[in-house]
Design a binder for this molecule. Structure first.
Ligand SMILES: CC(C)(COP(=O)(O)OP(=O)(O)OC[C@H]1O[C@@H](n2cnc3c(N)ncnc32)[C@H](O)[C@@H]1OP(=O)(O)O)[C@@H](O)C(=O)NCCC(=O)NCCSC(=O)C[C@H](O)C(=O)O
Ligand SMILES: [Mg+2]
Length: 278
């Protein structure tokens, strides 16, 4: 089945608040494209940027456009090369003509550059915040976007952190990215976990991201999808607590199981039920 080419309705953005897992893959890897299409990722991002060697950029662009023309069970995005690179305008033109549902801009540093790309492509855009300048501009950038993604590898590099640094030195930046997205009313996604043999490390980092307020997480391998989806889905106890809280509430401030609850707790409980699928 083939999808209409050149979809350009930016109001037709998928419900990105429902996205828990964003699977990145190099658009130059055809086997990975097949795997991604069959995967349980909530959103797939075909990468033209850092995952693709310079010599492969043109072929990757062609492959991404061809891939998104087919039917996908989930929304599919293309990550373009950044403004100022030799591939940027070719990527913009190709994605504008493609059937991708949305696109991703890397290393976003200013709202007007994101606005320019969005106007040229005519699709919803997710902006990656992955530099110090991007973090400081995130509040304005978020106003131009369908969502923000933390680019934690580039951010660590831009901050000149030692290789292998954990999350402690980037926590302030992560919180600023979440604040920016929430102030703009758009969803926000955590960065990638680079370890491919991870034990409990991935689940712990997903849980940390959820506690910081992220809606979901960027992933680099299909094996990371199940732990990520589980971590960003409310468990049965959480769902039951949410149901009981909503049922018990009748306005104002009240006691519920030895805690005070107010209207905002009911709103949060409703979000839990929505994410759990009703
Ligand atoms: C990291 C990898 C290069 C590892 O590759 P490899 O060792 O070949 O993996 P496997 O042998 O375990 O692969 C098994 C099969 O799974 C497919 N596969 C692998 N990764 C993916 C994927 N991401 N999506 C879909 N399918 C995938 C392989 O093709 C194998 O299939 P088959 O041959 O049929 O058995 C590799 O995992 C990889 O390339 N990952 C994604 C890298 C990427 O996209 N990077 C850019 C985004 S991350 C980033 O930089 C964020 C941000 O910009 C920042 O700065 O933080
Ligand atoms: Mg990056």
């Amino acid at each position: 089945m083939s999808r209409a080419e050149g979809k350009s309705d930016i109001s037709a953005a998928p419900d990105l608040f429902a996205v828990r897992s964003l699977l990145f893959l190099p658009a130059s890897n055809p086997r990975a494209i097949v795997r991604a299409r069959d995967s349980a990722a909530d959103l797939v991002v075909l990468d033209l940027e850092d995952a693709v060697k310079p010599a492969d950029k043109a072929a990757a662009r062609e492959a991404a456009v061809a891939a998104v023309a087919d039917a996908w069970p989930t929304p599919v995005a293309i990550r373009i090369n950044g403004v100022g690179t030799e591939w940027h305008s070719l990527d913009v033109d190709a994605v504008a003509q493609s059937a991708a549902d949305l696109f991703v801009v890397p290393r976003a540093t200013s709202a007007h550059l994101v606005r320019n790309d969005q106007a040229a492509v005519g699709k919803p855009v997710l902006a990656m915040i992955e530099t110090a300048a991007g973090v400081l501009g995130a509040a304005e950038i978020a106003q131009e976007c369908a969502g923000l993604i933390a680019g934690t590898n580039d951010l660590r590099a831009d901050l000149r952190l030692p290789l292998g640094a954990d999350r402690a030195p980037i926590c302030t930046a992560l919180q600023m990215i979440v604040l920016a997205a929430r102030a703009a009313g758009v969803p926000v996604f955590d960065g990638v976990f680079n370890q491919l043999k991870y034990g409990d490390g991935l689940a712990a980092e997903c849980a940390h991201g959820r506690m910081l307020g992220f809606d979901g997480k960027s992933l680099i391998h299909p094996d990371q999808i199940a732990p990520c989806n589980a971590a960003f889905s409310p468990g049965p106890d959480e769902v039951e607590r949410a149901r009981q809280l909503i049922a018990a509430y009748d306005g104002g401030a009240q006691r519920h199981e030895d805690e005070m609850i107010e209207r905002m707790h009911v709103d949060a409980a409703r979000r839990v039920l929505a994410r759990a699928g009703g």
